[in-house]
Design a protein around this ligand. Structure first.
Ligand SMILES: [Zn+2]
Length: 277
């Protein structure tokens, strides 16, 4: 019992000492403390902070790859569909037999090459992405760039010899889910020019004419300053690349929106304007 009493007494003395020490320290700190003024006005900044403005979040790099649920249409969708696996075509004319061979496709040559890189006119890519975004349906490019060899292999007709497919200025496509409503897609192409800020106040682009002269389609084509649009019905315009059972649309470029000059076929651009591997 006495032992416990002593222990308690010792504890009380020690605790009392440390309490005294603490208050002593506080007193000394208070005596020595020096306040310092901040010599700066409330509206004085070295780096002024701009006013916050709410804005939409920018896309992450991987999000640029998509339009809605589908992969964005890029130059890659325009690669030549030729292949060495394709059998040669035999033709007879004036008693002579000739063989036409296909190209080696994307393994053996590039897209049209301009200013050191592969090139497809951006207007075509823009239009296809617009259609994909508006319809939320996949655009199927059946024919983008054709090298001269594959162009002859696909369609040996005279009409095709100066095709703008060879210079990256023409595209054939249909929309999955709208295969049998190509007119809806043509309407969307017109809407594109009426919506785009750079075109919507220019009648040369918003107003489409019908092309009345003879062509290889039964529906009169549409055109404005930039493009020429043909609608091929299910039994029209079939060639090696468009060997499917759907109607399809062809967009041919007439005007280069970036260089502000007409787009015309040139032999030299078609035959020399791409790299062979
Ligand atoms: Zn090719």
């Amino acid at each position: 019992m006495i032992k416990i009493l002593y222990t308690f007494l010792l504890f009380a003395i020690l605790a009392g000492c440390s309490g005294l020490e603490d208050s002593e320290k506080k007193k000394i700190r208070k005596m020595n403390a020096i306040g310092e003024h901040i010599y700066r006005s409330h509206n004085e900044y070295i780096f002024p902070i701009g006013k916050s403005v709410r804005r939409e979040r920018e896309n992450y790099p991987w999000e640029h790859a998509y339009v809605g649920n589908f992969h964005r249409i890029t130059e890659d969708c325009f690669r030549c569909r030729g292949s060495q696996q394709n059998a040669f075509i035999t033709q007879h004319s004036n008693g002579q037999e000739t063989h036409t061979f296909d190209c080696g496709g994307m393994d053996q040559h590039s897209l049209p090459f301009k200013e050191g890189k592969e090139f497809i006119y951006s207007a075509l890519i823009d239009l296809l992405n617009y259609i994909q975004e508006k319809t939320q349906k996949k655009v199927i490019v059946t024919c983008g760039h054709r090298c001269p060899k594959h162009n002859t292999y696909s369609d040996t007709s005279k009409f095709n010899r100066t095709s703008k497919h060879m210079i990256g200025a023409e595209v054939d496509f249909y929309v999955r889910g709208l295969e049998w409503s190509p007119e809806t897609v043509v309407q969307l192409i017109k809407d594109y020019y009426r919506e785009q800020p750079r075109f919507r106040s220019d009648e040369n682009f918003t107003h489409f004419h019908r092309y009345e002269k003879d062509t290889n389609v039964s529906t009169l084509p549409w055109y404005n300053k930039e493009i020429f649009v043909k609608l091929f019905k299910k039994d029209e315009g079939r060639d090696f690349d468009n060997n499917h059972r759907y109607p399809f649309i062809s967009i041919q470029l007439k005007w280069d929106r970036d260089q502000k000059e007409p787009v015309t076929y040139s032999w030299s651009q078609a035959f020399n304007g791409y790299l062979r591997y």
